[in-house]
Design a binder for this molecule. Structure first.
Ligand SMILES: [Zn+2]
Length: 132
């Protein structure tokens, strides 16, 4: 069911820039209009400014003018032994930029998990908390 977006994410993973961790991650946003927007992890010698693949993909999606209602699914893939679940920072970003029930598909080719940001980040801190 998610083969297309997973395949695109694995292609995006080939663009990862990970000379420090050698941990390659790819992501792909699939839009409802069947556009695919890639992201890859981009590391930096100053580790704090490294950008995760899923944030690269979702920021690229928004940069192109799309919003959460345009997104059909997000795939995040890795070459690790376990599926790559989003880190805490990415979960916070995704809870604002992705609809709560949008499928998030995680895979490392050996295992695939389908979840969403509501499951990954319950009890969220959102725009509703700061914009009263
Ligand atoms: Zn992350």
């Amino acid at each position: 069911m998610y083969d297309d977006v997973l395949n695109e994410a694995f292609k995006a993973m080939e663009n990862a820039y990970a000379p420090y961790s050698n941990y390659h991650v790819g992501a792909c946003v699939k839009l409802k209009n069947s556009t695919y927007i890639w992201g890859a992890n981009i590391e930096n010698a100053s580790f704090g400014v490294t950008n995760c693949a899923e944030r690269s993909a979702i920021f690229a999606t928004y940069s192109q003018g799309y919003r959460k209602d345009d997104i059909e699914a997000l795939a995040i893939v890795s070459d690790g032994d376990r599926v790559a679940a989003p880190c805490g920072a990415c979960r916070q970003v995704l809870c604002e930029l992705l609809a709560g029930d949008t499928p998030i598909v995680l895979s490392n080719k050996k295992e695939t998990v389908v979840t969403n940001i509501k499951e990954l980040l319950p009890f969220q801190f959102t725009t509703e908390d700061v914009c009263r």
